[in-house]
Design a protein around this ligand. Structure first.
Ligand code: DGJ
Length: 730
């Protein structure tokens, strides 16, 4: 009797605490499902990830032979062959783990429903919880792992993936994004063959210059925009990462996590180690479906102010570089305001008292205004901004210092350095990286923003730059036997600072920049409003880069600026219309000297800015449909945004090459309502009175999507482009 009573109390307690012991766990979003099996005392198994299924379908998944027989988190030691998600060495030298399920908890958080599978080792006091979160209102499920060392002695983690899962083998293609400074986010697509394909970064601070921690994987052939079954995944980590596709004939598995190379982690007794989230989605509507799911998720949960329209800004960098002064800034604000601009951002060059920042080789860390250049201080600039009716923002690079700076003179121990070796220096031969593993340094970095905001609460925006990678692998703060934590603790320190900034300054708009597009990842973006896509503002190259970055990141976050007619990076000369038409597909801005524009260009810029304001909600919150890829060598690229109600859309087309009698393909539109009628408006005619031939015409959605629009007549000459609005008519 006592036993029965105890059992009932246990069941009731379990139900109330949300802890359940069922075998199958079906985690679903509106269009996707993930199925796990977790039974106490047994291994946790990953069974299915794909289109949404219902509980009644679970048996069919098993009966069909489609269910995977793979552990949801395979560990090293008992079974040693094949890839493992985790490998550790215990204090006694034993290198094995053997985890079985202890319990499963399911609970709801504000942003999603969580399933937590708690596993424990049979011998060692080692507990690992694997989490899955289905984000509300999205088709994104994320997974991550938390490790608890319940013992007294430390255990060293040599491998620690956030996610590990099998994928159906077939004609699998991988889409990923590679590049370098000035050429970030270039798309690469390749068929997966036997062997391991690794996408990794080792730069330490900014992880997306050379490759982005995101990928898509098709299950049924060459990647298509609106057809086919595609899995997309991204690792929410701002440091070194490692994504691996392991293919062995019929077997394909993905593992994703922090790059463990030179980063083994010593977990002391009683401590917990939380690994970053890996977020994934599954689409039956090609890559487009993956992108739209991630865009929505980002705007809802992983970006600051994801539901707020972004201002049109002018950044001073390419206009004046380091030659900042009060009159020049005032003039830029006035001229930009006259074009309809809303926010002025003063870039590098404004600070340094003892050492004025005239070049990229001094003053970082000395975040006081350079009185020689700006005798009226930030106050003077804020006054100018007010006078010209624009908001004001400025540039900082708070994680850095220079050998020539007051900060470094005071705190030489605050930089990452290897004892006994000469310091490595970055930009200008003088730049050093502050040691963010050190809480004192974290306080300093926080105080950079806090100090400026306290003194000048009128600052609306900050561009947070990082122009160095992690060079010297040594910290004077971390103990000698914990130096291998540098890569990880740096980013935890950064996160800690950003959390404090966000808590105190929730309204401040922050741009993530790292020598251009080095910090485009969902580890850092939750603290930022947007990112600087690339230091290369050449409109032609931007078509390719913005296409690449649009695969995982929403337009509202994509800093896209119109720069000088002769581009400063490539030397290419393009018409102002082309430059605007390209920048208008992201978060529009300008990065040039407005006073150098002639009257005709100013008139065009005024119209283009007004047109962008008119369609801004469609561009920044609409669903993206990529129509013709610049990577497909058709000579054009085209994309469009459509409102969820399908009552408005904005269509873009760009000519990428120009030959006599070249074939210019027509473009089929997508995402519209086939039964609605849409009126076309040319948003950026080169001459105000001469819109393109489609202007004013009305088409049924079905016709636009089935037949499309002919482009040959619209795209005449070099760097031709069109931006068209589609508005539903009754
Ligand atoms: C690198 C950034 O990407 C540029 O936009 C500019 O802010 C410079 N740094 C300033 O030094």
């Amino acid at each position: 009797m006592e036993k029965v009573k105890m059992f009932l109390v246990f069941v009731l307690g379990t139900l109330l605490s949300g802890q359940v012991f069922a075998k199958d766990y079906l985690i679903s979003t509106p269009n996707t499902s993930l199925l796990l099996t977790a039974e106490p005392g047994q291994k946790s198994m990953f069974r299915y990830y794909g289109s949404r299924i219902e509980t009644a379908d679970i048996q069919s998944i098993y009966a069909s032979g489609c269910a995977f027989g793979s552990q949801s988190y395979p560990v090293f030691g008992i079974s040693t062959s094949n890839e493992r998600a985790m490998a550790v060495i215990h204090a006694d030298g034993n290198a094995s783990l053997d985890l079985v399920v202890e319990a499963v908890n399911q609970y709801t958080e504000a942003d999603g429903d969580v399933t937590a599978i708690r596993m424990k080792d049979n011998i060692y006091p080692f507990v690992l919880t694997q989490f899955y979160k289905a984000y509300k209102g999205t088709d994104v499920i994320s997974t991550w792992v938390e490790v608890e060392n319940k013992g007294k002695k430390s255990v060293t983690l040599y491998r620690f993936a956030s996610a590990y899962f099998p994928v159906n083998r077939g004609d699998n293609w991988l889409t990923h994004f590679h590049g370098a400074w000035g050429a970030e986010h270039m798309m690469v697509e390749e068929k997966l063959t036997n062997g391991q394909k690794i996408i990794a970064d080792r730069s330490g601070l900014a992880n997306s210059h050379s490759s982005n921690p995101s990928f898509m994987l098709t299950l049924d052939g060459k990647p298509q925009e609106e057809y086919g079954h595609v899995l997309g995944g991204t690792l929410a980590w701002s440091g070194n990462y490692l994504l691996k596709a392991d293919v062995k004939n019929t077997w394909l598995a993905i593992s994703a996590g922090i790059n463990e190379d030179m980063a083994h982690y010593v977990l002391d007794g009683g401590k917990t180690f939380v690994l970053p989230e890996f977020a994934m989605t599954y689409s039956t509507t090609g890559k487009g479906g993956v992108s739209r799911a991630f865009h929505r998720w980002a705007r809802m949960y992983k970006l600051q102010h994801g539901n707020v329209e972004r201002d049109i800004l002018l950044n001073s960098w390419e206009g004046v570089y380091f030659k900042v002064n009060q009159t020049g800034m005032d003039e830029m604000m006035q001229n930009f305001s006259a074009l309809g601009g809303e926010l002025f951002v003063m870039d590098d060059g404004w600070f340094g008292d003892k050492y004025p920042r005239d070049k990229g080789n001094s003053s970082l860390g000395d975040w006081v205004v350079c009185k020689k250049k700006l005798p009226e201080g930030i106050e003077g600039l804020l006054d100018s901004a007010k006078k010209h009716n624009v908001k004001f923002g400025l540039w900082i690079e708070p994680e850095m210092t220079n050998t020539q700076s007051e900060l470094f003179e005071k705190h030489p121990d605050w930089v990452l350095q290897v004892e006994g070796r000469p310091r490595s220096t970055g930009r200008g031969g003088t730049q050093l990286v502050l040691d963010l593993t050190n809480p004192e340094v974290q306080d300093f970095v926080f105080s950079v923003v806090d100090g400026l905001m306290t003194k000048y609460p009128g600052i609306a925006y900050m561009k947070w730059d990082d122009n160095c990678s992690l060079m010297d692998y040594g910290s004077t703060y971390l103990p000698k036997n914990r130096q291998s934590h540098i890569y990880i603790e740096y980013h935890r320190g950064l996160k800690n600072v950003l959390e404090r900034i966000r808590a105190k300054y929730p309204d401040l708009v922050l741009q993530a920049c790292a020598a251009g597009g080095g910090r485009v990842n969902y580890g850092i973006l939750p603290y930022f409003d947007e990112f600087w896509t690339s230091d290369d503002t050449d409109a032609l190259q931007r078509v390719y880069m913005q296409w690449g970055v649009s695969n995982f990141y929403p337009s509202i976050a994509v800093g896209a600026h119109v720069s000088a007619d002769k581009n400063h990076q490539t030397g290419r000369v393009t018409p102002l219309k082309f430059r605007f038409d390209v920048a208008m597909s992201g978060r529009l801005g300008m990065e040039m000297q407005p006073k150098d524009m002639n009257e005709r260009d100013k008139e065009f810029a005024r119209r283009a800015i007004a047109a962008y304001k008119h369609v801004r909600p469609v561009v920044q919150f609409g669903d993206l449909y990529r129509l013709v890829s610049p990577y497909d060598n058709q000579g054009i690229a085209s994309l469009m945004y459509v409102t969820p109600e399908k009552d408005r859309a904005v269509f873009y087309v760009y000519k990428l090459e120009n030959f006599i009698n070249m074939t210019v393909p027509g473009v089929r539109l997508a995402g519209l309502d086939p039964n609605k009628h849409y009126r076309i408006k040319d948003l950026t005619p080169a001459k105000a009175q001469k819109p393109c031939s489609l202007d004013g015409k009305v088409f049924r959605g079905a016709v636009l999507m089935e037949e499309g629009l002919g482009m040959a007549g619209l795209l005449k000459g070099e760097y031709a482009s069109q931006v068209l609005e589609l508005q539903e008519v009754d």
